[in-house]
Design a protein around this ligand. Structure first.
Ligand SMILES: C[S@@+](CC[C@H](N)C(=O)[O-])C[C@H]1O[C@@H](n2cnc3c(N)ncnc32)[C@H](O)[C@@H]1O
Length: 231
């Protein structure tokens, strides 16, 4: 357990996740610098450069905090992260407040956040739609009722994604292309929840529509990019 003083611990030891093999592959997939650049590009496409820099932002399923660093480098000053892996949170270096907590039971102030972000976390939930709806209800409850916004980037079954998996899962490709091998290894470890997520686009969009009014939905290059306001 990290003694990083920025980590507020909301779960008992036994409740923490995660899978060391998945985490090892996640760290091989991209360097922290590549990851931060990717997050900055995504946030820019979402229009973050024009949002107030003092927006109160929570990134849920934040992992080792690359998304938090991207926000900080873009000038945002009130940033918090939530994840259930103490080992990943311990790798973060920066001013954000971190919460070691379950995103199914968000321990954050209600009606207080301008922005909640998730980048590749919802597809780890074991039960769709039950866990998803628990998480969405929590996100809605912490967002400011009118001006709050929920930003989502998650994998989505598109022809591009099917092609990528076909390529990186070839044994030869796994031997010669390290990044592809890391992706294939992550997918192997999270296969059940990942496949379940990809197989349920209509269920997912229906659950989202119970808690949020969509302002933008894009499905391309193997990703869902979604912006919603609480209803
Ligand atoms: C694919 S990673 C994404 C991390 C980060 N958003 C990124 O893109 O680098 C998924 C993260 O979800 C976390 N996680 C899985 N289930 C969780 C839960 N119920 N509550 C909080 N975090 C969870 C894992 O520890 C992991 O860090």
């Amino acid at each position: 357990m990290s003694d990083n003083p920025q980590i507020i611990k909301h779960v008992a030891e036994g409740q923490m996740c995660c899978d060391p093999e998945w985490e090892a592959a996640y760290k091989r997939f991209e360097t922290p610098e590549e990851e931060i650049q990717k997050f900055k590009s995504r946030l820019t496409r979402f229009g973050f450069p024009s949002l107030p820099k003092d927006s109160r932002i929570a990134e849920i399923f934040c992992g080792r905090g690359g998304g938090l660093v991207a926000l900080e480098q873009m000038g945002f000053t009130h940033v918090e992260g939530v994840d259930l892996s103490d080992t990943l949170l311990a790798e973060y270096r920066g001013p954000a407040t971190l919460h070691l907590a379950d995103c199914l039971d968000l321990p954050l102030e209600e009606n207080a956040y301008d922005i909640v972000i998730v980048q590749g976390g919802l597809h780890h939930l074991p039960k769709i739609p039950d866990d998803l709806e628990k998480c969405l209800a929590g996100v809605r409850s912490i967002l400011k009722p009118d001006e709050g916004r929920f930003y989502i980037i998650e994998p989505w079954r598109t022809p591009f994604l099917t092609f990528v998996h076909l390529v990186v899962e070839q044994p030869l490709m796994r031997r010669i292309y390290a990044k592809g091998d890391a992706l294939a290894a992550m997918t192997d470890r999270e296969r059940v929840t990942y496949e379940q997520w990809l197989a349920a686009p209509d269920v997912i969009l229906r659950s989202l529509s119970k808690y949020f009014q969509a302002e933008s939905i894009e499905r391309r290059w193997g990703k869902l990019a979604y912006i919603g306001r609480p209803i």
